[in-house]
Write a protein that binds this ligand. Structure first.
Ligand code: NAP
Length: 237
């Protein structure tokens, strides 16, 4: 059944693929992003809004505007994320640690806090949080990112339990290495080394993740909640 969906960080990479796939499935998809390149889009079709998801007051204001403009959001995909890699003994407490926790973890609380009351009232909802293989196994140079992505898993399992009786499912998807602007910023040698360690013999594609999100967002996924769906080409089992 077509619904209204919100994808954070939906203008590029994995988020753009998720938004496109949900649109193909017939959903009305809104994206929010820190910067929206096509500024004309908002006024025209109510589908793109500028928002820093790490700021609660801004999330509250913009999501109220999104729902007032086009109706309630039933599918929430928390995809926005950043990396600020560095070894822990050199990590800056603000620009690396706090920034990554705020954008990758606190953002999910912010959107869930604002949208879940409506989902509870309507008795239907899907929350899909994009975690990471780093949150499952840890990663050198990513103590901040791995902590945020692991935190997202605990957060998701807890809200899944809180919301299970209300028709709302909450799940994580944990991608491995996916071709996107985030990974193309990695040093080529490091990326080649990671790719060589993937049993299926390739990096993932944004569509590999979007297909899973589309299922978890569907009516058919009503018995799936509190789970972590890994898609990493067998890199971490
Ligand atoms: P990406 O290409 O860097 O895209 C991230 C998106 O998030 C961008 O559109 C960015 O918008 C947005 N964003 C960043 N900070 C934001 C903020 N404060 N408020 C609103 N939007 C913000 O990354 P990606 O590779 O597609 O990754 C998407 C998600 O998958 C992330 O959560 C990432 O951690 C996760 N993931 C990725 C991989 C991978 O290999 N690529 C693996 C595991 C998990 P701006 O351009 O405006 O900054």
């Amino acid at each position: 059944m077509p619904r209204r969906a919100l994808v954070t960080g939906g203008s590029r990479g994995i988020g753009a693929a998720i938004a496109a796939t949900l649109r193909q499935d017939g959903h009305d998809v809104v994206i929010v992003d820190r910067t929206i390149a096509t500024t004309g889009e908002k006024g025209r079709d109510h589908r793109a809004y500028e928002l820093d998801v790490s700021q609660f007051a801004a999330v509250e204001r913009v999501l109220a505007e999104v729902e007032a403009d086009g109706g309630p959001i039933d599918i929430l995909v928390n995809n926005a994320g950043i990396t600020r890699d560095g070894m822990v003994h050199k990590m800056d407490p603000v620009s690396q640690w706090q920034a990554v926790i705020d954008v990758n973890l606190t953002s999910a609380f912010n959107t869930v806090r604002c949208l879940v009351p409506g989902m509870r009232q309507r008795g239907w909802g899907r929350i899909i949080n994009i975690s990471s293989i780093s949150g499952l196994k840890g990663q050198i140079g990513q103590a901040n990112y791995a902590a945020a992505k692991a935190g997202l898993i605990g957060f998701t399992k807890s809200i899944a339990l809180e919301l299970a009786g209300k028709g709302i499912c909450a799940n994580c998807v944990a991608p491995g290495f996916i071709e996107s602007p985030m990974t193309s910023a990695m040093p080529p040698d490091a990326l080649r080394r990671e790719a060589a360690g993937i049993p299926v013999g390739r990096l993932g594609k944004p569509d590999d993740i979007a297909a899973i999100v589309a299922f978890l967002a569907s009516d058919q996924a009503s018995f799936v909640t509190g789970q972590v769906w890994s898609a990493n080409g067998g890199q971490y089992l």
